[in-house]
Design a protein around this ligand. Structure first.
Ligand SMILES: [Zn+2]
Length: 240
């Protein structure tokens, strides 16, 4: 049955000849696999609507019995030039779409949309990425404990973050863990980002949240507790 769906290209996989398998995250159906025939040909009219991060409308033959659907035409609705033209934004957006692709059964369409639109233009791309990670961890039920020590509940003398234990650690509990103490400003920023959302984005500018070190700790939470092997993260972390 022919149907039009609209969504974001979150993965492209080249297959034989000029064909490409697209993973498109749609509002209606979540993550869909579309088989796009011949789109690598220079004469293909669909090729410019099928690149990574493109927001496009796809006419396809949707069959409930199949895990992959044949794409017929694609029409570009929005391309993210800010992401495509900047190394940092591109690398961060690549991690976003890879992570979203791991959650076929959770509805993260709105989160994906909010993140890509802001990564494209916001002057603080790492802050946008950090907000995405905080909400991604929430979807997985893996939010770090930042209201007190994750082991004893003590709200004073917070000394560091234990990824393995799942959040803040106080000085007393860290006597057994021997983790490196972190400076209080960083701990405060880690707490703020974990309490924040895109709804208050404007108020967060200039608070020092556009920080790769926050991303690194949040990604450590994602990788340690989800077990996901996030390949695209290497090109971000390898650059710092
Ligand atoms: Zn403690």
């Amino acid at each position: 049955m022919n149907e039009t769906v609209t969504g974001y290209v979150i993965k492209t996989t080249e297959v034989k000849d000029n064909d490409v398998i697209l993973n498109v995250y749609t509002k209606e159906y979540g993550n869909l696999s579309l088989y796009a025939r011949g789109i690598k040909k220079s004469t293909s009219r669909n090729r410019y609507a099928c690149q990574l991060f493109d927001y496009s409308e796809f006419l396809c033959d949707l069959s409930q019995m199949k895990s992959m659907h044949l794409m017929k035409t694609a029409t570009l609705k929005k391309e993210f030039m800010g992401i495509r033209g900047d190394y940092d934004r591109l690398a961060l957006a690549s991690v976003v779409v890879e992570l979203v692709g791991y959650l076929p059964d959770d509805n993260v369409y709105d989160l994906l949309e909010s993140t890509l639109h802001r990564l494209d233009v916001n002057p603080e791309p790492y802050m946008v990425f950090n907000l995405f990670l905080v909400q991604f961890l929430d979807v997985l039920g893996l939010s770090p404990e930042v209201d007190g020590c994750v082991l004893c509940g003590n709200t004073s003398a917070i000394e560091t973050i234990s990824v393995l234990d799942g959040g803040f650690l106080c000085r007393n509990c860290n006597r057994h863990r021997h983790l490196k103490p972190l400076d209080s400003r960083f701990l405060r920023r880690f707490r703020i980002i974990n309490k924040a959302s895109f709804a208050v984005l404007d108020k967060l500018q200039g608070l020092g949240l556009d920080d790769y070190r926050l991303s690194a700790v949040l990604m450590e939470f994602v990788i340690t507790h989800s077990g996901l092997n996030v390949i695209s993260w290497r090109s971000v972390s390898g650059n710092h």
